[in-house]
Design a protein around this ligand. Structure first.
Ligand SMILES: [Zn+2]
Length: 297
């Protein structure tokens, strides 16, 4: 990669910014994540509808995770009838990954996509031994409404979220962004309603980004309160999978199973989160079989 390419890549890298109201009444984050959304669509080879749903879930996970610390984690897990599953997880350090699974009934227009299913949000936090999980029944096919319902019903946090995904004429994602605002304890409902009204009547972040470059300037114009920036970070579609990782999981299987995988040439390992394909060669198989047999004796 040339220095110019690198510069270009850094300037265009996905970015997030988080702020807190000077009044202490709101927190907010906004993200521009074109590359993350495009990467997800490419890796999973998605057509327009699933690409849109996955991108919106990735954006939501990134925005919600921005309120956590370091390598704490948010997992969003939606399941419905046409969309069987959308699973995304994000860390405040800027990593996000996920996948979408459609049922065979796609194209049957009378069925809802997610409505009637369940939305689960889990937080993996440093100071808690177990994940904290909330779950709601989904009452909409709109991802924004699902997230807002979740926070109100499950965590009693009035929340506004706006998610934008744009496509070019080939149905490839060309822009993606989002904003979340949450009212903090003690904030009058009326003030949150003012925030919601202002944001609803404003152009989308995608549109605003076409005109001006800075996310913090956009927030200054969008949010009806003064704020301090608490964090800015890069965001990437990033999966920590590796061939070594997959191989270490094979060590939990009985040796006979590994032997039949080898003889039937089942040598492909696929990561569901990022659709990376890894292949085992005979050396890999022989080593696993050798190690497992040695353990048995
Ligand atoms: Zn992976």
């Amino acid at each position: 990669m040339s220095t110019n390419d690198l510069k270009h890549k850094l300037i265009n890298a996905d970015r997030l910014i988080s702020v807190i109201a000077q009044s202490g009444r709101f927190r907010a984050s906004t993200v521009r994540n074109n590359i993350t959304a495009q990467t997800a669509q490419e890796k999973h080879k998605l057509s327009k509808l699933p690409a849109d749903y996955l991108a919106k879930h990735l954006t939501s996970a990134t925005l919600i995770s921005s309120f956590l610390k370091g390598e704490e984690r948010i997992i969003l897990d939606s399941s419905g009838s046409v969309i069987e599953k959308v699973y995304t997880e994000a860390m405040p350090i800027g990593e996000v990954r996920g996948f979408i699974k459609l049922s065979n009934s796609i194209g049957t227009s009378e069925k809802s996509l997610l409505n009637g299913g369940f939305f689960k949000l889990s937080k993996i936090l440093y100071d808690k031994g177990e994940p904290i999980t909330g779950i709601i029944e989904i009452k909409s096919d709109n991802v924004e409404e699902i997230i807002e319902d979740y926070f109100l019903d499950s965590e009693q946090i009035p929340t506004y979220i706006k998610l934008d995904v744009g496509f070019d004429s080939d149905n490839k994602i060309n822009s993606s962004s989002g904003i979340i605002v949450q009212s903090l304890p003690g904030t009058p409902i009326r003030e949150m309603e003012e925030v919601r009204k202002k944001l609803k009547n404003s152009p989308s972040i995608n549109e605003l980004l076409k005109e001006e470059s800075g996310l913090s300037l956009i927030l200054k114009n969008l949010l009806p309160f003064d704020f301090d920036v608490t964090k800015t970070s890069r965001v990437d579609f990033f999966c920590r999978c590796s061939k070594e990782n997959f191989i270490s999981k094979l060590y939990t299987l009985p040796v006979g199973e590994i032997e039949s995988m080898q003889s039937e040439n089942h040598n492909e390992l696929v990561c569901q989160f990022c659709n990376s394909h890894y292949y085992l060669d005979n050396n890999d198989f022989n080593k696993i079989i050798h190690d497992l047999s040695a353990k048995k004796n």
